[in-house]
Design a protein around this ligand. Structure first.
Ligand SMILES: [Zn+2]
Length: 310
């Protein structure tokens, strides 16, 4: 059995006079079985978006205590305002993961408000070499997750060297768990590459690109919906004509950034018999990244099936 005694020499620990650590460690041992070898103090982690928090959890289990800031699929993440609880979580955190590309600028403010040179900050946009102005919905790009998992596994092993073999094992399992998602994308691509679709907002566009779908909605329309403003009239007219004239096979509908304009597009799609596939920015509760993606890909497949009418 692995005993979870505190490692007093561990340089990364922030609080913990050694004696107090030993006493607390023994108390924890008495209170709960230590068979999983979790450290007596869980590593504080803040994920700006819950999808990154999910990956941390899949890699680290109960060795970490995760706070995911954007975690409610019922609110528009582009308009989120932080609170004191978020600030306190960042102040305590040893590891922070953020999306970047302007999607979660609140993290920069929270990190700056409680400087800590020992805290690790992972910005997904930097890992994936994205540039300002790029589509920020990086978790829909299937090439993103393997890189994020690798960076997280390395950072966790540095912060908690005793858990390194555990993180390595979880990392391998995580990479293997992505294969069904890759297979689903490849199968859709084999059948539907080049098919024209509409999208109310850019959230799904990296995935659409991976499948080879041709997103026909004007960029100006999608960007305006993303920014929470009214799209230019010409872009709305073009989007609506594509639906009325059935120039697109599916409407990909972001259920989290809705407005009267998107609702109208949805109504037009329904009247034209174009299937609507709902997608969200924030990972729904009680699922995993892999299941979430597979469910959305299955819904897309059903919508694209020949002869299918909305
Ligand atoms: Zn968005």
């Amino acid at each position: 059995m692995f005993l979870a005694l505190p490692r007093c020499s561990m340089p990364a620990r922030r609080v913990s006079p050694c004696a107090a650590g030993v006493v607390l460690g023994l108390l924890l041992l008495a209170a709960a079985p230590a068979s999983r070898g979790a450290p007596p103090f869980r590593i504080g982690v803040v994920a700006a978006e819950n999808v990154w928090g999910d990956i941390v959890e899949q890699l680290a289990g109960d060795r970490v205590a995760i706070t995911s800031i954007l975690s409610n699929p019922a609110v528009d993440p582009h308009e989120y305002e932080t609170n004191a609880r978020d600030a306190a979580a960042v102040a305590r955190a040893r590891l922070v993961i953020a999306n970047g590309l302007g999607y979660d600028t609140f993290i920069d403010r929270l990190v700056a408000a409680s400087p800590n040179p020992a805290r690790r900050l992972i910005v997904v946009a930097h890992l994936t070499a994205r540039r300002p102005g790029d589509n920020p919905h990086l978790w829909y790009d299937p090439t993103t997750m393997p890189r994020v998992a690798q960076a997280l596994a390395e950072a966790l092993a540095q912060l908690d060297p005793g858990g390194a073999p555990f993180y390595r094992e979880r990392y391998r399992a995580f990479q293997a768990s992505l294969r069904p998602v890759a297979r689903a994308i490849a199968a859709l691509r084999a059948q539907y590459a080049g098919v024209p679709v509409a999208a109310t907002e850019p959230v799904f566009n990296y995935m659409a690109e991976a499948i080879g779908l041709a997103v026909r909605t004007p960029v100006a329309f999608q960007k305006a919906i993303e920014a929470g403003v009214d799209p230019p009239a010409a872009a709305v007219a073009q989007m609506e004509d594509q639906l009325r004239l059935r120039q697109v096979r599916v409407l990909v509908y972001n259920t989290q950034t809705v407005s009267p304009v998107t609702a109208r597009a949805r109504g037009l799609a329904a009247r034209a018999g174009i299937p609507v596939v709902g997608v969200s920015e924030t990972e729904p509760p009680g699922t995993t990244y892999q299941r979430w993606m597979l469910e959305q890909l299955r819904a897309l497949r059903r919508a694209l099936e020949p002869g299918r009418r909305g």
